[in-house]
Design a protein around this ligand. Sequence first.
Ligand code: NAI
Length: 244
Amino acid sequence: MNKRIAIITGAAKGIGKAIAQRMVSEDYFTILVDVDIENGKVLESELSDSAKFISCNISNNKDVENLFNLVIAEYGGVDVLVNNAGIIKDNVIWKMPVEDFDKVVDVNLKGTWLMCKGAGSLMREQKRGRIVNITSRAWLGNRGQSNYAASKAGVVGLTRVLALELGKYGVLVNAIAPGLIDTPLTQKLPENILEKLIQSQPTKSMGQPEDIANTVAFLCHETTQFITGQTIYVDGGKSIGAGI
Ligand code: NAI
């Protein structure tokens, strides 16, 4: 394979799909990782010979090991990993079942860690690579998201540690913290809640999946060589703080 290889998790829809499409347009061969086989296969055929779909639950150690064994056997290495897969199970803490804490942390934090372990080990040997972890502005605090915010805060910490551990091997590791983005995840929100969230944005608008894909492309571009360990907010300014 003479193309660079990018692995995108949660690529079947939403932000992950836009990232995968963008990486293909940047001339990467893109490995689409998801548990949603139906939508993953649709995207694979849309991207024709520039992408391969692999069904993999990122929170399952065996699945992730199999994924990296396949990537090494078929493609010989990986240039970019984008950890985008994530889930929400919102509730105030006094109503949140412990299972919903476990599930969210399992996918968002442990799954991201497992994927970083697989790719980071390979990239260390290759002496090159880029990892982009999709966290969330919500790590700063969002009522009803104690599980999600904790998992995404963990992703920020993980990103900073890996930047320290992998920097001398030519591997750059950064995070993107999206704000409110128009995807199947946010399309599930009740209309009145969604409108309130939009009105609380400095821009009074939602972002598009392409806003995140553009930032991934920037962080992975060959001219971007001196940024690592950072969390970049792509959130219409919501992270600035209170406004009236
Ligand atoms: P989405 O729900 O539209 O897509 C997420 C994808 O991840 C789905 O295709 C799903 O099947 C896949 N996935 C879930 N669990 C998985 C697992 N265990 N293994 C492999 N794949 C799995 O979500 P969306 O909105 O595109 O979000 C993508 C990322 O961006 C998530 O990490 C989310 O937390 C983050 N984010 C999204 C925001 C938004 O407003 N949409 C705001 C801030 C962060």
